[in-house]
Design a protein around this ligand. Structure first.
Ligand code: AMP
Length: 597
């Protein structure tokens, strides 16, 4: 049995005999190093061995089986060579999408998700066309096997994903029935977060001398660190983060993400929002990494966006917060990450973003650290307003302590004499002027006013960096998206279902970059390798140019107009001025930290 906390040096993906297209795909996606479950599962699976992996969602288990199995696929054969059984339709789709992504460099590759509730016809057509990998729920796979529309004679490997869930959902007999239909000479990999007796019995009966890989959560104590988590829902992670940064009192922050590409992307986004942030990842030379860390030490930057590899051993006393933007694969990585704060006897804070499907991993972390991680609410608009007001008052106090205000005394004095205005009103007017680029009050209406001001061009272009949190991004309506009163243009983007792109990704990225309100984003149609999206007519050139450059799920969006104008709904009385729905202004060249202004 291999336990994954055996403190072995972490291998690189290139250390495994994965096929070249698979290695190329990993490189393109930007995974820096294998997760623990991957390091331990890939070699035996490449050797054709059976395997039992005790791992939950979020540990990287999909790639742990997909990468080695894809490496052994014969693309010329059109029959299914890999069968993955998953408990739910959602997981089946997700796993199929992951296969597509990892097989992105394998020409002619086909994966087919099959699940109940979906019309048989489409599935039959696609099965006839041929799929190298079939990912299905047990019931529907059984249906196809009974009708002989799916044949298992070319199957080389079977994966049972989330075995305990399949048991819980009553699929265990179906699973064993399917295993009985498969060729005797085949490889079986069973992944399960827990190993209840019936699953163990399946393993004993159907797996031959399996390699057992287990993520053992070593208990580790984490002291002096206040830990909180936010369950990702509704709001985009980046918008949630922006809100948190608005109200948290922080000094230095290390923010952890999973890919090298995301370190750069997130650091850029934070910079654009006015924070002084830098990326640090394994692609950077040691010298550059060290230089970046020194900058953090000296307070030249406040936020470091890092991968686990790059942040190893960082010891900077001013790190007050660790933000786990992406959840780590295991407890050890978590403990290591949050140990970057609370240095030199200080107290530190750790915040963890947890997607609903990663909840189990959160519980595992709590268990291993023997500490509860408390749920946090996102700061409300009111808290943000209060915080902004407090900071503003601090700035007044600071300015008052300035010795050399006599020139301003004179100006104000003469103004008072000339205009006979109440000094209190004058002070308020000055306050208004001083806060203009970063409004103190973030009310729904204030957002609108700001938009108007920005459109009128009266405002300075620093809007982006001091952008108020947009309250209406709270949720992206899924089905009935789009403001019926806004006439739309149709656009094509070069990302789609194959890239694991969800409508929320497109809405989030486009809303951020074009600063168009999510409610004004129209219908989104996801196709396999591209998508269509409706955006309000009259997109300014500068917005279009910057949208052309953005990346979604780490892939260039490559947006282009299709020339087709989507009709506004019948409720449209007169066309709204499309341009007003875009608020982007040219970026200022020099960015300054919010915390220092
Ligand atoms: P899973 O546990 O398979 O659901 O994977 C969780 C997430 O981790 C997915 O979003 C993967 O894209 C991501 N992931 C898997 N392996 C790696 C890796 N080696 N480096 C970075 N991210 C990864």
């Amino acid at each position: 049995m291999t336990t994954v906390s055996d403190n072995k040096p972490t291998p690189a993906f290139s250390d495994f005999s994965l096929s070249k297209p698979v290695l190329d795909a990993i490189k393109r996606i930007g995974y820096e190093q294998p997760s623990p479950i991957q390091s331990e599962s890939i070699p035996p699976l490449l050797d054709g061995r059976d395997l039992i992996g005790t791992a939950q969602t979020g540990t990287g288990k999909t790639a742990a089986f997909a990468l080695p199995l894809l490496s052994q696929i014969d693309l010329k054969k059109k029959e299914p060579q890999i069968l993955v059984l998953a408990p739910t339709r959602e997981l089946a789709i997700q796993v199929a999408e992951a296969f597509k992504t990892y097989a992105g460099e394998m020409k002619g590759f086909n994966v087919l998700p099959i699940y109940g509730g979906q019309g048989m016809d489409g599935q039959l057509r696609q099965l006839r066309r041929g799929a190298h990998v079939v990912v299905g729920t047990p019931g529907r796979v059984m249906d196809h096997l009974r009708r002989s529309t799916l044949k298992l004679n070319a199957i080389k490997s079977i994966v049972l994903d989330e075995g305990d869930e399949m048991l819980r959902m009553g699929f265990i007999d179906d699973v064993t029935w399917i295993l009985d239909q498969a060729p005797k000479k085949r490889q079986v990999a069973l992944f399960s977060a827990t190993m209840p007796a019936p699953i163990r019995r399946v393993a004993d009966k159907y797996l031959v001398n399996p390699q057992i890989v287990k993520i053992v959560s070593k208990t580790s104590t984490v002291e002096r660190i206040e830990q909180r988590f936010w369950l990702v829902s509704g709001l985009h992670k980046l918008d949630a983060l922006t809100r948190i940064l608005e109200v948290e009192d922080f000094d230095g922050i290390i923010m952890f993400v999973r890919t090298k590409a995301l370190t750069v992307e997130l650091a850029e986004k934070l910079e654009a929002r006015g924070y002084s942030a830098s990326a640090i990842n394994g692609d950077m030379t040691q010298t550059l990494r060290e230089r970046t860390i020194v900058q953090l030490k000296k307070g030249k930057i406040d936020i470091l966006v890092a991968t686990d590899v790059a942040a190893r051993g960082i010891d900077v006393t001013r790190i007050s917060h660790v933000i786990n933007y992406d959840i780590p694969y295991d407890t050890e990585a978590y403990v290591h990450r949050i140990g970057r704060t609370g240095r030199a006897g200080r107290t530190g804070k750790a915040i963890l973003f947890v997607a609903p499907r990663e909840r189990r991993l959160l519980r595992a972390i709590e268990k291993a650290t023997r500490q509860p991680i408390s749920a946090m609410e996102l700061p409300t608009q009111r808290q943000i307003n209060e915080k902004r007001a407090t900071l503003f008052k601090d700035k007044i106090t600071e300015a008052l302590s300035h010795k050399n205000l006599s020139f301003f005394d004179q100006v104000i004095q003469s103004y008072l004499e000339e205009s006979d205005v109440d000094p209190m009103q004058l002070a308020s007017a000055l306050a208004y002027m001083a806060q203009k680029s970063k409004p103190l009050v973030l009310a729904e209406s204030s957002n609108k006013t700001t938009t108007k001001e920005r459109l009128s061009g009266k405002k300075d272009s620093s809007f982006r960096k001091n952008r108020p949190v947009q309250e209406d991004q709270n949720s992206f309506p899924k089905s009935k998206r789009g403001n019926p009163k806004v006439p739309m243009d149709n656009y094509r983007v070069a990302v789609g279902k194959n890239h694991q792109v969800k409508p929320g990704d497109l809405v989030g990225a486009i809303a951020n970059e074009a600063e168009v309100e999510p409610k004004n984003i129209g219908h989104i149609e996801l196709r396999d390798d591209h998508s269509f999206i409706e955006l309000p007519i009259g997109m300014p050139k500068i917005v279009f140019e910057s949208l052309k450059k953005i990346r979604v799920r780490n892939l260039p969006l490559k947006i282009e107009r299709t020339g087709h104008v989507a009709k506004p709904s019948a409720t449209t009385t007169k066309p709204t001025k499309g341009k007003k729905t875009y608020t982007k202004k040219p970026k200022k060249k020099k960015k300054k930290s919010l915390r220092k202004d």
